[in-house]
Design a protein. Structure first.
Length: 196
């Protein structure tokens, strides 16, 4: 009887090892599940005590941050449920190579895999900023900071996505972020971004 139990257990272990971990930690899941996923993720490889935030730095000018939070994206609000992740953010700061939309998208694909990347790729545009009116006003009034932040808010089948790149005065982007969040928070974030 013990041989059958051990054999069954080993078979399951081999199947999981060959197919990879079928559980992805995404917004909507419990904080303990997400923390376990972060700890086992080969790309994130958190340090001791990192928990729901992973910070990596090769040099002073190159930083990568992954953060899972119970808060919705945008301005801080009281969490509805302190045990459920509402948003996850990948932030890159790179003064050596700069940050591009393609690099943020590649980070999204690397961290979350092909299924979430496909959801992102097929997502519908909800809002893009700065608007043409703000760009024109920024040029006419010589206020480059008004057009420094460029972003997109998208609605996928499964999640909402917010991508933002910040440029310096010379037009080079050194800071960028991509946030994956629960679709129910899309309206809140859209309202906040339009009011900026």
């Amino acid at each position: 009887m013990n041989v059958i139990k051990i054999g069954s257990f080993l078979s399951l272990g081999i199947i999981f090892a060959l197919t990879g971990n079928p559980v992805n930690a995404l917004p909507g899941q419990r904080t303990d599940q997400v923390a376990a996923w972060i700890n086992g993720h080969p790309t994130l490889r958190p340090g001791i005590g990192d928990g729901l935030v992973v910070r990596k730095s090769d040099t002073a000018g190159e930083r990568f941050t992954f953060q899972a939070t119970v808060l919705p994206p945008g301005s801080i609000s009281y969490p509805k449920d302190r045990s459920t992740i509402r948003s996850e953010r990948i932030a890159i700061h790179d003064q050596v190579n700069g940050v591009t939309l393609e690099r943020l998208e590649e980070s999204l694909r690397t961290v979350y895999g092909p299924q979430i990347y496909r959801d992102y790729n097929s997502a519908q545009f909800v809002y893009t900023y700065p608007t043409p009116e703000i760009l024109d006003l920024s040029r006419r009034k010589n206020l480059p900071l008004w057009s420094a932040e460029q972003g997109q808010l998208l609605s996928g089948e499964q999640y909402g996505y917010w991508i933002e790149i910040t440029q310096n005065d010379s037009g080079k982007a050194f800071i960028g972020q991509v946030t994956v969040f629960l679709k129910e928070d899309l309206g809140k974030l859209e309202t906040e971004l339009r009011a900026r």
